[in-house]
Each structure stands twice: as structure tokens, then as C-alpha cells.
Ligand binder design. Structure first.
Ligand SMILES: Cc1cc2nc3c(=O)[nH]c(=O)nc-3n(C[C@H](O)[C@H](O)[C@H](O)COP(=O)(O)OP(=O)(O)OC[C@H]3O[C@@H](n4cnc5c(N)ncnc54)[C@H](O)[C@@H]3O)c2cc1C
Length: 291
């Protein structure tokens, strides 16, 4: 199917883009990688009257670490940039594990992490990863900038907190205070598919104690799920087999999978539990190697 008719604008500055969005109101949409928006328009699930393509806005294609270790990912940083990133490979195990699992190479060349957060698909991988890491989104609109924790940014399936005239300009991952470990595991029916179930875990440790933990789930509920109780159960303790089993049980308990063409609810919950044990056991082994 062809999309409905729309006006297309490609502004050359953020200010111009925000002015266009203000004029377009509820009928305007930002276009970043286009890997979610364009398919939705072709299916006519979305029929914006104005497309504001931000790809000509300079200075949004970065990902970089501040001197204190805070990671910033610009709105035009592509999934492929993160997949090939030496910075992520060395400092962000959860993100580095997730990047090659997003879609397929063609989608990864255009799609963006920030666009994925804005799209707020319950099966989007980045939302779980950024939630587990305690990240946030920086939005810019006519009134200036505001920083929104991802836990609040995604308000439901395909819904976010942005006002119609705001642009998400970057995602921010706070600096780790301890040694970082963790990972992302995703079960997919074939390479390039959305998750049947996915688990993101981000840990910080000091000595053999976990000092911070984040756990979040992809594709097993109506939105990205933060397993906060499971994460809290790990903090202040070493990663013993018992602590890992307890966190796995608590995580599986908050999954809300539905039986569908990807598998039964029971199977998906089992996968969630198994992935938690697997990621935490690897983190434990890595710490032992480092000690
Ligand atoms: C075949 C296929 C397979 C895929 N598989 C996966 C997968 O396995 N895992 C996964 O996580 N994703 C998958 N995706 C989605 C892909 O990752 C998209 O790139 C991502 O969801 C959206 O990023 P984008 O830059 O393409 O956003 P766009 O498509 O440009 O935009 C998506 C939405 O976000 C809004 N938006 C985008 N950027 C901004 C911004 N800076 N400020 C305000 N609003 C903004 C748009 O207005 C639109 O509503 C797949 C897509 C395809 C086509």
C-alpha cells in the first residue's frame, strides 16, 4: 500500500525543525531512520500530514562519553554505529550485546536508538537495555530542554511523553560507579526478527558485591517491563547461585507474556528465567576471572 499524502520538510537546524513541529501540531511526525515510521505509513497505521526529516540537522550523529563516563547517544546515531563501536565494546557490555541483535544489517544501517525509544514498541530491544541501565532521554522543544528518565518516557505501547513540538535529541546513560557487567539475550525465531523474549541486565559491582542492578524485559508484556524487585534483590550481595536463582524467579514473576505465533506464555516465561540465570552466571564468572 502507498502512504497517504503528506508534506515533507527537511530542516537544517534543530530550531527550524521545532518550529515546523509546532506548526504541524498533532499531525506532524519526526522522521529519523524511518525504519518504523515508514512501514507504519505504508500500512496506513500512521498518516501524518507533515513529515519533519531531521537527517539534515547537523551534530546529532554522535555517541560519546563525557569525562565522568556518562554516555550520550545522539538522535542520528544509527544502530550500526553502536554495533561497531569500540567505546561500547570496552565500557557498556549490555549495550554491546544488544546492538548486533537489533533487526538485520539493512535496518541497523538507518535505524536509530533514540528513534527506537520514541517508537516505544514493547518488542523494541533498546528500551529494555536503556531501562536496565537507568538511562534517560533529553527532549528539546520551544521552551528549552528537559531530561526524562526512560522509566517515565515510555508511557505505554507506542506512546511516549514527548509533546508534539518536542524532539528527542539524545539518550543518556549515567556513568557507572562500580565495575560494569551484564548482557542482553534475545530469543528470535530467525535472524532479524523481533524478540520472542529478551532480557537486559546491567550490573555494577565493587569487590564481589553488587552495588547497582537493573533488569528489564522485551516482548513479554504490553510495554517494556522493569523487573525492579528482582534487581533490588541482587544489591548488597555477592552473585551467589542462590542470589541468581532468586532474581530469576522474581524476574519471571513480573513477565506478562501472551501465547501467540512466537510461542506459549509458559515457554516465554521459562525463557526469561533461563536468560536471567545465563547472564548473571556469566557476569559472576567474569568477576571471578577479573579477581
Ligand atoms: C524489518 C524490521 C525489523 C526490525 N526488527 C527490530 C528488532 O529486532 N528490534 C528492534 O528493537 N527494532 C526492530 N525494528 C525497528 C527498528 O529498530 C527501528 O529503527 C526503530 O524502532 C526506530 O528507529 P528509527 O530511527 O528508524 O525511527 P523512525 O522510524 O524514523 O521513527 C519511529 C517513531 O519515533 C519517532 N521519532 C524518531 N526519532 C525521533 C526523535 N529524535 N524525536 C522525536 N520523535 C522521534 C517518529 O516520529 C516515529 O513516530 C525493525 C524494523 C524493521 C523494518
Amino acid at each position: 500500500m502507498y502512504p497517504s499524502r503528506f508534506r515533507y520538510e527537511a530542516p537544517r537546524s534543530l530550531g527550524e525543525a521545532i518550529d515546523l513541529l509546532r506548526m504541524g501540531g498533532d499531525y506532524a511526525k519526526v522522521l529519523a531512520g524511518g525504519q518504523s515510521l515508514v512501514p507504519l505509513m505504508k500500512l496506513r497505521f500512521a498518516s501524518p500530514e507533515l513529515i519533519v526529516d531531521i537527517n539534515n540537522v547537523p551534530g546529532l550523529d554522535y555517541h560519546r562519553a563525557d569525562p565522568d563516563g556518562t554516555l550520550r547517544i545522539g538522535a542520528l546515531c544509527r544502530h550500526a554505529d553502536l554495533e561497531r563501536s569500540a567505546l561500547l565494546a570496552g565500557t557498556q557490555p549490555t549495550m554491546a550485546a544488544a546492538a548486533p541483535l537489533i533487526a538485520d544489517p539493512i535496518v541497523r544501517n538507518r535505524g536509530t536508538l533514540v528513534g527506537s525509544l520514541c517508537h516505544a514498541d514493547p518488542q523494541g530491544d533498546w528500551a529494555s537495555v536503556v531501562l536496565a541501565l537507568g538511562g534517560s532521554v533529553v527532549a528539546q522543544g520551544p521552551a528549552g530542554r528537559r531530561t526524562i528518565p526512560v522509566a517515565d518516557f515510555v508511557t505505554g505501547p507506542f506512546q511516549n511523553l514527548l509533546a508534539p513540538d518536542e524532539i528527542a535529541i539524545e539518550a543518556v546513560i549515567p556513568a557507572a560507579r562500580g565495575a560494569r557487567s551484564g548482557g542482553y539475550l534475545k530469543l528470535e525465531r530467525r535472524v532479524g526478527d523481533f524478540a520472542t523474549a529478551g532480557v537486559a541486565i546491567a550490573l555494577e559491582t565493587s569487590g564481589d558485591l553488587v552495588t547497582r542492578a537493573g533488569i528489564a524485559l522485551t516482548g513479554v508484556g504490553g510495554s517494556t517491563i522493569g523487573a525492579t524487585e528482582a534487581a533490588a534483590s541482587l544489591v548488597g550481595k555477592p552473585l551467589t547461585a542462590r542470589a541468581i536463582e532468586e532474581a530469576a524467579d522474581l524476574t519471571a514473576a513480573v513477565a506478562r507474556p501472551r501465547t501467540d505465533h512466537r510461542g506459549s506464555a509458559e515457554f516465554k516465561r521459562h525463557i526469561v528465567r533461563t536468560f536471567v540465570v545465563r547472564i548473571l552466571s556469566r557476569a559472576d564468572a567474569a568477576e571471578e576471572r577479573a579477581a
